[in-house]
Design a protein around this ligand. Structure first.
Ligand code: ADP
Ligand code: MG
Length: 318
């Protein structure tokens, strides 16, 4: 909480974290999205104290990590797993050797290690790859190994730094599905960082938009989308910004069963011409954002009707 971090680089101070407050609820998938250099990786490394923040506190599962040192800190860190963009596998070890590595370091005996590695590989769908070497695997399979290794010490929290950024879209989809399943089956809490809006759309319950070491916006994804002026809504649903005086932006922050637009034209005798936008599955709901020209004598009544039904209506000029 209240995290600050600055680096010294050729006598310049680079502020990587400028007062970030992040709270992730147990069992949720929280995504931090932002451009390169925004401070995402620094934030993630601060959560397991690979990077010690200059000020602020970090608590995980009720324990304040920033107050711990030495062996107690190392023990607390074992409750946090980490997945990396470029997998970070040991090329000279087999898949089983990679997944078992953290257990070896923790002094777990061979028989228990073997059983646990078997379980972990089954969990990520690589039960038949124990003896393969990383060079014999596809990118998606390598990331599954990375995830299995991160889960070796049965952590409660999983951190993911751009886990899907090196993968093609279909493989990305399968890794995101795996993360979602692990959250459901193991009750994991997942904090992931990404520069891909699709990742936020696909699996995140909550999200933050990070820029220059700060959160510009954060909260439950569906709440943010329903908030006037939301950056997240704009990034998820780019629409034409060149509206005229009759143009409104209509946001559906959840699924609606009724065909509201056709009801609008019927009840209020207005013309509703959709200029752009889209509807997509976000956090399990059909969410949409449309740019619409609404014309007619009863325009104001028509827009009030949409607001009453729970849609967010914003005049484009605002
Ligand atoms: P992101 O993951 O969003 O791309 P980073 O957290 O990696 O951003 O970096 C945030 C800022 O901190 C950048 O300006 C970066 O150059 C700087 N930075 C990150 N790590 C270091 C480091 N070890 N030494 C110096 N500067 C760093
Ligand atoms: Mg990064």
């Amino acid at each position: 909480m209240g995290l600050h971090k600055a680096y010294r680089l050729n006598k310049h101070r680079v502020t990587a974290l400028n007062g970030v407050d992040l709270r992730v609820e147990p069992g949720e998938i929280y995504g931090v999205v932002g451009q390169s250099g925004a401070g995402k990786s620094t934030l993630l490394r601060s959560v397991n104290l690979l990077e010690r923040p200059d000020s602020g506190t970090v608590s995980v599962d009720g324990q304040e990590l920033t107050a711990l040192r030495g062996s107690r800190l190392r023990a607390a860190r074992r409750t946090i797993g980490m997945v990396h963009q470029h997998f970070a596998l040991l090329s000279s070890r087999t898949v089983a050797g990679n997944v078992g590595f953290p257990l070896e370091v923790a002094g777990v005996d061979r028989a228990r290690r073997r059983a646990r590695v078997g379980e972990l590989l089954e969990l990520v769908g690589l039960g038949d790859k124990a003896r393969a070497y990383p060079s014999q695997l596809s990118g998606g399979q390598k990331q599954r190994v990375g995830i299995a290794r991160a889960l070796a010490s049965a952590p409660k929290v999983l951190l993911s730094d751009e886990a899907t950024s090196a993968l093609d879209p279909a493989t990305t989809e399968s890794i995101l599905a795996l993360l979602g399943r692990l959250r459901d089956e193991l009750g994991l809490t997942i904090l992931l960082i990404t520069h891909e809006m699709d990742v936020i759309k696909r699996i995140c319950d909550s999200a933050a938009i990070m820029e220059s070491g700060e959160f510009r916006e954060s909260g439950r994804v569906l709440d943010l989308i329903g908030t006037p002026g939301s950056l997240l809504a704009r990034s998820l649903f780019p629409i034409p910004e060149d509206g005229g005086p009759d143009t409104v932006t209509v946001t559906y922050p959840r699924s609606f069963d009724e065909p509201l637009m056709s009801e609008l034209t019927r009840r209020f005798d207005v013309d509703a011409n959709i200029r752009g936008g889209g509807v997509e599955r976000v956090a399990g709901q059909s969410v949409g954002r449309l740019s619409v020209d609404v014309r007619g004598a009863r325009r104001a009544e028509a827009l009030a009707f949409l607001s009453e039904r729970g849609l967010l209506v914003e005049e484009a000029g605002q």
